[in-house]
Ligand binder design. Sequence first.
Ligand SMILES: *Cc1c(COP(=O)(O)O)cnc(C)c1O
Length: 417
Amino acid sequence: MNFFQYRNGRLYAEEVPVSEIASAYGTPLYIYSARTLHRHFRAYDEAFDGVPHIICFALKANSSSALLRSLAKQGCGADVVSGGEIFRALKAKIPSGKIVYAGVGKTEEEIRYALRSRILMFNVESENELFEIDRIAGSMKTKAPIALRVNPDIDPGTHPYISTGLRKHKFGIPLEDAFEYYKAARKLRNTEVVGIHKHIGSQITRLSPFVDALKRTLSLIDELCVSGAEIRYLDIGGGLGITYKDEEPPVPHDLAESLLPMLKGRRLTIIVEPGRSIAGNAGILITKVLYMKAGKEKDFVIVDAGMNDLIRPSFYGAYHHIQPVEKRKRRNILADVVGPICESGDFLAKEREIPAVRQGEYLAVMSAGAYGFSMSSNYNSRPRAAEVLVSGKDFTLIRRRETYSDLTRGDIVPPSV
Ligand SMILES: *Cc1c(COP(=O)(O)O)cnc(C)c1O
């Protein structure tokens, strides 16, 4: 359930007709529902109520300052993968003690920034990185709180580009080596081992990969415990899937129900890092039909949003439901919904049966709240879209549409050219 529903044939975002927002701010336009966002966060928070826990929203899914600020107010933490995301999290007043930092390529500058900011922990992805963090912490006369990101070699059964927990992936430390790495970590003088981390992939629609991965991780924790290491934080990552088309993924309650019994009697604070399942269905992308073009085998609906606005269809072959903002009785057509970008890979839908839309009307690309705007770019020198947040009857601009001068803002033309 979300708060984008038709009423008398008009698509609403909560209590506001989508066409009204689109007329006010133009297209392409991202619209988010505050209620949906909060409902999804609370679903996690309540599901893990039985144990000490921190829900750390994965910023890479959507790093809008307004969204982060409103999640922060609800008590949300942050899962970050760059210095820039630490900056965004802190700016949104997410407490540094609720920030966890993963990623295989942390730079010295980013590590220093994270240490200065006193984040909760580094999720360390290699032995090299572990030594580097220790060295930097030493030079700053501080101690780095770390967890090792273990790679439990679990196939999450999802798209190859978004599975991360297999041996062949660049992420984490092989589970069977992790014990040795922990031993090494505990000998380091400027490092404090506080936790363990795993994240096996994204858009996972079954519970068993989570259960299997947790089992493997818990046996490592037991082994570590015997050796005298104290693991306080167990970070189980994110990755719960959402409904884009007809998937029926488990909800946070199901996830907690299958994992919590395994955690009984352990003195662990559980960290969960959901991204997509909090933001994905809390946002839609509104686009306008520019042209209709009849083809021999299929039609082309040419819209004003392209792969620079929403890259998931082009990048992952991802399905996004597309529907007219104003419903009326009409026949269906078989069409590619394509953007204005000069790439054959620029499409929002391929060979899709959709209602016969007309030039000038608005379409809603659904489930676009995660990995939508955050993956957008200026390719083809297209200013990035505006973003609006709806809450009940109110809606406010939370990011202005970029202008042409934004495009050249950082450019330098030396006198010598
Ligand atoms: C991307 C990512 C997440 C969030 O994944 P979702 O599928 O959006 O829930 C969580 N943790 C880490 C380390 C990630 O890289």
